[in-house]
Write a protein that binds this ligand. Sequence first.
Ligand SMILES: [Fe+2]
Length: 277
Amino acid sequence: MTLIDPSSLPRLAACYPHAAGRLQHKLAAEPLLSHAALAEAARALPPTHVEKRVHDAEDGAAFRMSGDQRDSADAIAQGGIDAAWIMLRCIEQLPDYRALLHRLLAELAPVITPASGPVRDVKGFAFISAPGTHTPFHFDAEYNILFQIAGDKVFATYPPAPPFVDLDAREAFHVSGANMLGWEPGFAAAGQQHMLAPGDALFVPYAAPHWVHAGDTPSVSLSVTWQTRASRAEADALALNPALRRIGLPYYDPAAAARVPWLRAAASRIGQRVGLL
Ligand SMILES: [Fe+2]
């Protein structure tokens, strides 16, 4: 049995890799995504890969860690927690979850591989969100498909370009990992809002800013993320920018570039290897 509805492949082909698009899946009954299994996963992961944050942050600054992190597994086992957002990071560390992620991507490979080359650096994240959880405006430097397993979500996506995400933010991510973005009231009407219920999934393009709002019941979602050879090159080219700027050479701006920055990426990797970056 396939995990992704076959009708989703032509729909993904129409949008991948540049635009957000919806898919349909059959993961709702997947045992690995039950609260009991996710609680076990939370116990098996390194503690630093289980994050519990406040559920009602208005912006990135307020999206702080919440209370005792050690009780996250128990909270998941009980079906979630009334007022917290819990993320299991890098669940590909656990063999059963890694197999599930690769099974999902294998079904999508006929669309993904011709358009962007094979996936690499596959990672998985599980989100257990209290009703009404708001994930503030941010971006992720990866391709993502979010599978909605339980509860509803509104997932709003924006183009990966100014004014929503500027070059400073793109570069800062590759220096510090910071990915929260400033929110302007004028952005509200510019996003594309996707209503996700169990059985729905959403492809989110590389670096596309987004905010997420959970509905009135506890929510469970699974994200599978990946890189491509070109996205790796873009990241390496961005990491080279501060050094280029210091010596007055032109820097790389993904919003203005028409081609993949292969040469800049190669120079960046050499710089990283010899400790210059
Ligand atoms: Fe995100």
